[in-house]
Design a protein around this ligand. Structure first.
Ligand code: UDP
Length: 328
């Protein structure tokens, strides 16, 4: 059985769906602070609880034969982390401390971790490679970098093997429209763009148009959530085969500017999407594009969604059928 911490969140819920589809048994642990009970696959077991609560973890590891853990349970809003750094260190670093201690105590040795491109900060060059400098520019990225370092030391001392997957910009939804992204508040570009054709907002703000990029807007590497779930499954299989752990970038190696994303969304929804210039958002690097060559070589992973319109189409299917998200 695979324990999915944070399996009721955006990426976690898609992961659980994929595990079930592949015939794996999944147990979801989620405190439902930002996750949604309705997003958890009915064939997965569900425990409501916090990973910082050792008793909850001890109970799970004693009662179930947990072969591997996939860890998504963390706070993940860059702006909020700047205002509330202590909450981020408590939830993210504290959660990892508790999880690693429980895994070591119960002799569990396979961990796949949800890391982020935010560990790099402002890159010196793109595409970014895994051994490029890590200089986070916000507490969120710092907390994930600390969590990676904790895994490294605990791996040496207690044999907990780990794969840390540094995601770039995660996007899209399960293609049938039944699962998707529902953050409150929503801060991510694609859902916010799609709120315009949904009639929920009049225009999309562009956070800075004077960056050193061809059209002046920030460039990001958007990766489909189902390509991510595939990478996690490969990471588990890699650890099962006794493969060496480590950190891996997950991105498409293609960059799209904010303006290009808006134009692509206009093509998907078939109507114009009005924009409004806004100030730069603090801490936004001009360009973030991954080199995922290491994941390709070692995990055999390649993104299957290579068209940005296809990525946006799956998000559009979800938002059209669930304009209020999970609406709990
Ligand atoms: N962005 C924007 N308007 C919005 C939301 C985001 O221009 O309403 C920009 C943001 O500045 C960044 C890109 O879109 O350059 C992607 O932002 P998002 O928050 O989706 O992901 P992040 O890059 O922070 O991981």
């Amino acid at each position: 059985m695979i324990l999915v911490c944070g399996g009721a969140g955006y990426i976690g819920s898609h992961m659980v769906h994929e595990l079930v589809r592949r015939g794996e048994e999944a147990l979801v642990l989620d405190n439902l602070r930002s996750g949604h009970r309705a997003a958890v696959h009915p064939k997965a077991r569900f425990v409501q609880g916090d990973i910082r609560d050792r008793a909850v973890l001890d109970n799970i590891f004693s009662r179930h034969d947990i072969e591997a853990v996939i860890h998504f349970a963390a706070s993940s809003l860059v702006g909020e982390s700047v205002v509330k750094p202590l909450e981020y260190f408590d939830n993210n670093v504290g959660g990892m401390q508790s999880l690693l201690a429980a895994m070591a105590a119960h002799g569990r040795d396979k961990l796949v971790f949800s890391s982020t491109a935010a560990v790099y900060g402002e890159p010196e060059r793109v595409p970014i490679l895994e051994d490029d400098p890590t200089r986070p520019t916000n507490p969120y990225g710092e907390s994930k970098l600390i969590m990676e370092k904790m895994m490294q030391w605990v791996s040496q001392a207690h044999g907990v093997r780990f794969v840390s997957l540094r995601y770039f910009n995660v996007a899209g939804a399960l293609p049938d429209g039944s699962l998707g992204e529902d953050h409150r508040p929503e801060t991510h570009l694609i859902p916010l763009i799609l709120q315009v054709p949904l009639g929920r907002r009049a225009r999309i703000g562009i956070f800075g148009d004077d960056y050193d990029t061809p059209d002046g807007t920030c460039i990001r590497d958007y990766i489909h959530v189902m390509d991510l779930t595939d990478a996690h499954q490969r990471a588990i299989d890699h650890l099962r085969r006794g493969g060496e752990g480590g950190v891996f970038n997950l991105g498409s190696a293609q960059g799209f500017s904010v303006r290009e994303m808006i134009s692509a969304a206009e093509r998907v929804v078939g109507r114009p999407i009005p924009t409004a210039p806004e100030a730069r958002r603090a801490g936004d690097p001009a360009r973030l594009v991954a080199s995922a060559a290491k994941a390709a070589k070692i995990l055999g992973w390649q993104p299957r969604y290579t068209s940005i319109e296809d990525v946006i189409s799956t998000a559009w299917a979800w938002h059209q059928s669930h304009p209020d998200g999970y609406a709990e």
